[in-house]
Design a protein around this ligand. Structure first.
Ligand SMILES: [Zn+2]
Length: 140
């Protein structure tokens, strides 16, 4: 069963609390501004609620049931962004989708997908931790 259109997929950026895992700390160090930072979280899911209480996300939705629930308090939410579906591949010649093509028997050409993207090579820079994306070899 597909998720209902009312359950948009979103990315929620929010600030979570931090814990020190129970170890003893110098209070002066605890109160240093650098040690009082929250943890910036990016969560993705289906929206079950987005109201004054906060945002409720689910990782899965099936009819009237949901799983993988995350309750994010309103005061912690920094941003909610609706995610767009990946667009269907279009015909390289006329930009129609495969279904739009099938509905148009009068077209004089067949559905022609975009050429596959050219391969790219990845490699490390010797003596460095940086990784680069190299241009393909000419003629490849
Ligand atoms: Zn076409």
């Amino acid at each position: 069963m597909r998720p209902s259109k009312k359950h948009w997929r979103v990315e929620v950026v929010w600030d979570d609390s931090t814990v020190n895992n129970g170890r003893w700390c110098d209070i002066k160090d605890v109160l240093e501004p650098a040690n009082r930072a929250t943890t910036r979280i990016h969560s993705v899911g289906f929206v079950l609620a987005d109201d004054e209480t906060g945002v409720v996300l689910a990782s899965g939705v099936h009819g009237n049931e949901a799983t993988g629930i995350t309750h994010i308090p309103r005061g912690c939410v920094r941003r909610v962004k609706r995610l767009q579906p990946i667009p269907e591949p279009a015909c390289f010649l006329c930009r129609r989708t495969k279904d739009e093509h099938a509905a148009r028997p009068d077209l004089l050409h067949t559905f022609t997908p975009e050429p596959a993207p050219r391969a790219v090579a990845y490699g490390s820079i010797p003596g460095s931790d940086d990784w680069v994306m190299a241009d393909p070899e000419p003629g490849s």
